[in-house]
Ligand binder design. Structure first.
Ligand code: C5P
Length: 224
């Protein structure tokens, strides 16, 4: 019988790599809920809803129903790409500009409501692995397997730095570390669905684990 797997945790803790690999291995659908908040943020940037550090909340609220996010498998990478209103935005949503604004967008109640509704709809399929911040607590409180992933901010920043560099993008370690810490703070302290471990989630601190070690850990728990 196929189940629902919820993987939550701090930003850049490697949970999406974990979730993607697991989904591929067991033949489940992978959904990156963070990509959805990133796509809303990109939409906001492209539609002028940011004025310096302020968000034109009313404007975004009026447009939220026009924001449609979907995922389609990229045959080259074997992983799903994110589409915003039919356009592939997979690369555009991973920039520092989006990363530095997304947590604020994710504090907005109407944005979360819209995303959670779309996520629950996708979850009806069963056999899904979804990663994010509130999957085990809010989106799928009844998920059969819940995992909460964490690592130190320095280690997470280093991983993001390496990832950006590998893609040939400009990256500064101190800037990334600052962004990681800032997002942790906003995610943990927002009013709606703050980032926290569900009581029945398994805790995985992967600060000192390799990817194969993590995979092994996950496979063990999936089998149980
Ligand atoms: O996972 P990722 O770092 O791409 O997520 C981007 C941002 O979206 C997070 O920093 C967080 O603020 C927000 N998010 C959220 N709830 C989720 C997934 C992501 O608030 N389920």
């Amino acid at each position: 019988k196929k189940i629902t797997i919820a993987i939550d945790g701090f930003s850049s803790c490697g949970k999406s790599t974990m979730a993607k690999d697991l989904a591929r291995e067991i033949g489940y659908i992978y959904i990156d809920s963070g990509a959805m908040y990133r796509a809303v943020t990109l939409y906001g940037i492209e539609h002028g809803i940011f004025q310096d550090d302020r968000i034109d909340t009313e404007k975004l609220k009026k447009q939220i129903a026009d924001i449609h996010i979907s995922f389609r498998l990229n045959p080259e990478t074997g992983r799903p790409d994110t589409y915003l209103n039919g356009v592939n935005v997979e690369n555009k949503i991973r920039t520092m500009e989006v990363s530095s604004r997304v947590s604020l967008i994710a504090t907005l109640d109407f944005v979360r409501k819209a995303m959670v509704a779309q996520q629950q709809e996708m979850g009806k399929a069963k056999g899904i692995v979804m990663d994010g911040r509130d999957i085990g607590t809010t989106v799928f409180p009844d998920a059969e397997l819940k995992i909460f992933v964490t690592a130190t901010p320095e280690i997470r920043a280093q991983r993001r730095y390496d990832e950006l560099k590998a893609k040939g993008e400009e990256a500064r370690f101190d800037e990334i570390l600052e962004n990681v810490k800032q997002r942790d703070h906003i995610d943990q302290n927002r009013e709606v669905s703050p980032l926290r471990k569900a009581e029945d989630a398994l805790l995985l601190d992967n600060s000192h684990m390799s990817i194969p070690e993590q995979k092994e850990w996950l496979t063990q728990h999936f089998k149980q």
